[in-house]
Design a protein around this ligand. Structure first.
Ligand SMILES: NC(=O)c1ccc[n+]([C@@H]2O[C@H](COP(=O)([O-])OP(=O)(O)OC[C@H]3O[C@@H](n4cnc5c(N)ncnc54)[C@H](OP(=O)(O)O)[C@@H]3O)[C@@H](O)[C@H]2O)c1
Length: 204
């Protein structure tokens, strides 16, 4: 199964089969397509979305659901998280137990200096750099794109899966997320009165 074997990917066996069906003969694919599929097997989005597609308001998440935060932690712990500079500043600290990658175009970003010697975060200046880090990483590493809107949008073409917590409420906001049609809903990962989380798998 090459890059899609269960031991090398966060995808389960059925999802690996979906990937294999997309490209029954990966050797015939152009190199760039193979590279993109290799990235997809170790790159996922995790997001929480309201009924009307809102993920943020004024730089913050417009709800506080401790159970959802616990779920986010359980999924991302021990892996690498990738986020935009605005999301990092909104969180305001390094997420412990995870390698933190922050994407910014600013060469002199304050937090880079602040954390320069801590080894806790890496700052990446472009999408190309971020994709290179993912492509070149040792296979067992999994990368979670954790937001916000701008970063989700740019990584969407490359991710193989989305973990989405649906918040059963409508709310005001200025940051949005929508799951594209290329993804199908897979297994339910968590359910409680305040949210339900599913895994969505890329099919095309
Ligand atoms: N509900 C959820 O699951 C969830 C999760 C995360 C965040 N959020 C919410 O989403 C909102 C933030 O989203 P956002 O879209 O405003 O900001 P964002 O995606 O967190 O960060 C945007 C920043 O990332 C950097 N960036 C973007 N594309 C880049 C590229 N190609 N190369 C280099 N740097 C790049 C830029 O930083 P510089 O300006 O420094 O160059 C840009 O200003 C907040 O409300 C937050 O609470 C919600």
């Amino acid at each position: 199964m090459g890059v899609f074997s269960k031991s090398q990917s966060w995808l389960n066996f059925e999802e690996v089969v979906i990937f294999a069906k997309i490209s029954p003969n990966k050797r015939s694919l152009p190199t760039c397509a193979r590279a993109a599929m290799s990235i997809a097997s170790k790159l996922s989005i995790i997001v929480a979305v309201s009924k009307n597609g809102i993920i943020g308001k004024n730089g913050r998440i417009p709800w506080h659901i401790p159970e959802e935060l616990k779920f986010f932690k359980s999924i991302t712990m021990g892996h690498t998280v990738i986020m935009g500079r605005k999301t990092f500043e909104s969180i305001g600290r390094v997420l412990p137990g995870r390698r933190n990658l922050v994407v910014t175009r600013s060469e002199n970003w304050f937090f880079e200096n602040y954390y320069k010697n801590s080894g806790q975060i890496s700052v990446l200046g472009s999408m190309d750099l971020a994709l290179n880090v993912i492509r070149d990483s040792p296979i067992p590493e999994h990368f979670w794109v954790i937001g916000g809107e701008e970063i989700y949008r740019q990584f969407l073409p490359y991710v193989g899966a989305i973990v989405c917590s649906e918040i059963p409420a409508t709310c005001d906001g200025d940051a949005f997320f929508q799951i594209p049609r290329a993804f199908v809903r897979g297994e339910k990962l968590c359910e409680c009165s305040q949210f339900v989380a599913h895994k969505w798998i890329r099919t095309e």
